[in-house]
Design a protein around this ligand. Structure first.
Ligand code: NAD
Ligand code: GLY
Length: 379
């Protein structure tokens, strides 16, 4: 097993990574009991898809290590990441007589992780949280760093907290059953880390595309470990997103607008982020901040992994409005994460709207995602 440590003072925790290690979760949690960090009751939050695949070894391992386990399945899908679903989980927590020392184990993708994390952060003013992410996106991003949330009809992740887990436990063997599209959406976040932080890692992704696509153990371990290490370093420097942590949102300002305008039904999160990273890269070149060759390398790598770089069936002005005005209303000003080179980005609100508009016009209608309805014109 490999370890990446997240150093946050008294909120520090390890990320443990390995292959075929799910049955060892119990033994590793027992150590936290012995250290007096957690108690012996576990509420395992998962969904039917994930429980069927991985519930048995996890539950058996926990029971063999002396834990009392109550399992609650939430329905599968982003539309269930709500306060209503959280309320159902609180009911089960109450019936299972969870106390402040008990542990919520979140086993699943980002939806389960965010919702179970939110429950852990709020039930009895906070119980222990352990993340067992089973999608690539959750392993490289959502399980690390402590952002937990549920959605509100007025916006995604609007009700949430920063709440760090006690442990992140990653078994890369779980990725073998993940649909290809879910692998791709996770890879978008992996590529993000290369662009915002680590030129060598970006080059590694370029040099190992075939092995990564075939989900080779060695490559998966390396890319999950490196992604977690980069995220850990950024979060350590700015846990509550006062400034630097915003670089993790590279591509997200554009991407969120695409997701919201399509009611979260057309693009997986990573696909929208991929398109957004292309927008930000093209803006960077148009502003004279980055060389065209870096932009081409970013677009080339996204395409190699089958990620979209353009969109269709959306009006440019609608995207502009969603991005600039909605966000402004929420946050006061819109910050963009603009790359300056591979491995280096800047945070700025000084991006001329005309440049964004022009870039979006160029991205519209080129080669959208297969299977969508015929494109309408971009205005
Ligand atoms: P998801 O949780 O919906 O999982 C995708 C699908 O894969 C689901 O149907 C799930 O049941 C299935 N699945 C999970 N593991 C599987 C496995 N090993 N084999 C087969 N199927 C499996 O989606 P996601 O992409 O993991 O997460 C998206 C969510 O993450 C969004 O709600 C987003 O807001 C959130 N997110 C949070 C953060 C954060 O920092 N907290 C960061 C990025 C994204
Ligand atoms: N996914 C962005 C963050 O954790 O800050």
């Amino acid at each position: 097993m490999q370890t990446v440590q997240v150093n946050l003072g008294e909120n520090s925790y390890p990320i443990l990574l390995g292959e075929h290690i799910l049955s060892q979760l119990g033994v590793n949690l027992k150590r936290l009991v012995e250290e007096g960090i957690i108690g012996g009751k576990v509420l395992l939050v998962t969904n039917p898809t994930v429980n069927k695949l991985f519930g048995q070894p996890v539950i058996q391992g926990l029971q063999e290590s002396g834990f009392t386990v109550t399992t609650v399945e939430i329905p599968d899908g982003e539309e269930y990441k709500t306060q209503e679903t959280a309320a159902l989980v609180y009911d089960v927590a109450f019936d299972a007589q969870l106390d402040r020392r008990s542990v919520v184990v979140a086993m699943g993708g980002g939806v389960v992780g965010d919702l179970a994390g939110f429950v852990a952060a709020t039930y009895m003013r906070g119980v222990n949280l352990v993340q067992v992410p089973t999608t690539l996106l959750a392993q490289v991003d959502s399980s690390v760093g402590g952002k937990v949330a549920v959605n509100h009809p007025k916006g995604k992740n609007i009700i949430g907290a920063f709440y760090q887990p006690k442990l992140v436990f990653i078994d890369i063997a779980t990725l073998q059953s993940l649909p290809q599209r879910e692998i791709q959406t996770g890879l978008a976040e992996v590529i993000k880390y290369g662009v915002i932080w680590d030129q060598e890692f970006f080059q590694y992704l370029v040099d190992n595309t075939e092995a990564i696509k075939s989900l080779s153990t060695q490559q998966l371990l390396h890319l999950v470990q490196t992604s977690c290490a980069i995220k850990a370093r950024v979060v350590e420097m700015d846990e509550k997103e006062a400034n630097l942590r915003a670089i993790l949102n590279f591509g997200h300002t554009f991407g969120h607008a695409l997701e919201a305008l399509t009611n979260y039904k057309v693009y997986r999160h990573g696909e929208a982020v991929a398109i957004g990273m292309v927008s930000a890269s093209r803006v960077a070149v148009a502003m004279g901040l980055m060389k065209p060759s870096a932009r081409d390398a970013i677009e080339g790598l996204l395409k190699t992994f089958g990620l979209p770089t353009s969109f269709r069936d959306l009006q440019v002005e609608d995207i502009m409005e969603k991005m600039l005005y909605d966000k402004k209303a929420q946050a006061g000003r819109v910050n963009f994460i603009i790359p300056e080179a591979i491995g280096q980005v800047r945070i700025t609100s000084e991006v001329p709207p005309e440049i964004i508009r022009q870039v979006l016009k160029e991205q519209c209608l080129r080669n959208g995602i297969k299977g969508q309805s015929p494109a309408i014109s971009c205005k």
